[in-house]
Each structure stands twice: as structure tokens, then as C-alpha cells.
Ligand binder design. Structure first.
Ligand SMILES: [Zn+2]
Length: 109
């Protein structure tokens, strides 16, 4: 009997270009800065900015409000293929091991 439990795999990696497919930032894209595998979230450069209060640490540093990227659920992100745009990821195995490929054009992503 096959195990029917669907395993959620993290297909995205740091520095991947992704498009947001749902939520407040829908339609925007950016580069992944950080991935939290345990929480299935990724921080994308310039996206999902939230205001954050910062304390003054040094004399010449201004305290106040700054904007930082808040993590986005990876379920709302889609990898962007250089040729086709947002796409799904497939895997091919060759002599070098497993490769991530674009499901539309077959190109490596
Ligand atoms: Zn493609």
C-alpha cells in the first residue's frame, strides 16, 4: 500500500525569482532572500513590507519606523522561469542527480 499522505516539499530555494499568486502582494515578483523550511515561509526581497519600530542603538543612528520584509507562505509563491514566466517545477534525474526544471519548457530553473 502506498502512503497516501501528501508530503509538502519545499521546492523553492534562496535566490529564486518568484511571483506572488495570492494575497496583498499578488502579481508582484522578487528574489528569495531567506527560507524558513519549518514554517514553509519565504522572505522575498521588497515584498510584503511591514512597518517595524526600531530603537536608537547609536548616537548617529535614527530610531523610529522602518520597513522590513515579512515572510510569505510558500504556497502563495510560484517560481518564475526566465523563458515562460511563472511556472511549476518538475524534476528530472540525470547522471548528475536530480535537477529542477520548468514544467512548461523543460529548461533548468
Ligand atoms: Zn520555462
Amino acid at each position: 500500500m502506498a502512503n497516501q499522505a501528501s508530503q509538502v516539499k519545499m521546492k523553492l530555494r534562496k535566490n529564486d525569482t518568484v511571483r506572488v499568486i495570492a494575497g496583498r502582494e499578488k502579481g508582484k515578483s522578487g528574489r528569495i532572500l531567506r527560507i524558513d523550511r519549518a514554517k514553509m515561509r519565504a522572505v522575498v526581497e521588497g515584498l510584503n513590507m511591514v512597518k517595524k519600530a526600531v530603537k536608537q542603538k547609536k548616537q548617529n543612528q535614527k530610531g523610529g519606523i522602518t520597513s522590513v520584509e515579512a515572510p510569505l507562505p510558500v504556497a502563495k509563491l510560484m517560481i518564475v522561469c526566465k523563458k515562460c514566466g511563472p511556472t511549476r517545477i518538475g524534476y528530472v534525474v540525470d547522471e548528475n542527480g536530480k535537477k529542477r526544471v520548468c514544467r512548461k519548457c523543460g529548461g533548468e530553473v
